[in-house]
Design a protein around this ligand. Sequence first.
Ligand code: TXA
Ligand code: MG
Length: 318
Amino acid sequence: MKNSYSNIFTFNKKILWKTIKSLNNRGLVGLPTETVYGLGGNAYSKRAVKKIFKLKGRPRFNPLIVHYHNIKDAEKDVIINKYVKKLYKRFCPGPITFVLKKKITSKIDPLVSANLKTVAIRFPSNKITRTILKKTDFPLAMPSANKSTNVSPVNSLDVFDEFKSKLKIIIDGGKCKIGIESTVIDLTSIPKILRPGVIDKKNIEKVLKTKILTYRNKGKVLSPGMLKKHYSPGIPVLINQKKHDGKSAYIYIGNKHKNKKNFFSLNEKNNLFLAASNLYKMFRIIKNKGYKKIQINKIPKYGAGIAINDRINRASKF
Ligand code: TXA
Ligand code: MG
């Protein structure tokens, strides 16, 4: 693809080499993953990690996810237990993040996990990013490639919208297939979901053959990404809306309002997985069309619908 953006690149050998060089020099790059685009930097380098927090405008108490090519690489930095072994075998590489105990010998910069004794790790399945992870001799600290509290990017152009030319390399990998962030699960004691994703509680319980807990926000911040206000499209979002107000963008699932002005279906066939993958894209489209407000109809609370409800709930805390 030829494009008019000097910092968005199609993946090839030359850009692979440039990306590795930049990462080795503690630079940051925008990379595609199957969930959302990430802002990657060397997780062992304080300078690179500092740059990530600065560029995102992210509070230092909100820890980052460290991305690896495989579990053998991760074993150098975190304690691998029976839960992670089972979940890795079933779901990885894929859209799930494990919070584990950090090894004393780990080279991960303490800033990555906000000085906690744990680290969140993930094995993304996107081929481009896996190639890059294979070629570096350090893992990548990689939050979603958006300014703090904004909606995560699902296209290379979304990343450009967030950081413009402040980021020298953005690799285009097309639209992210999953389209919302990975499930985050704490495996340091009884497994507990900290952030719902398309791999849901039932999928995980089936593999671990045990009941798992779900984090409920009672004011205490367990996983700082669970901050109330997050994933904001920059205009007010109202949820559980039964009636359209006549002028706002109205998001729903199904085909009841097909071809009607101001109505946006997340998926016409009521597929929650595909609906989740369209949510952030739709937020950006609606914002760019100049709407002043978003109304969202009730979204079912099962499967990927749980993750959708989590994100729209936070988006509504504008
Ligand atoms: O799908 C994804 O996970 C994307 C792609 C780029 O990999 N990344 C992503 O990163 O969503 P970020 O930084 O936007 O979200 C990281 C989440 C936050 O909710 C953060 O609080 C949580 O992971 N987290 C990171 N380290 C943690 C830790 N040690 N304990 C608890 N939660 C942690
Ligand atoms: Mg994020």
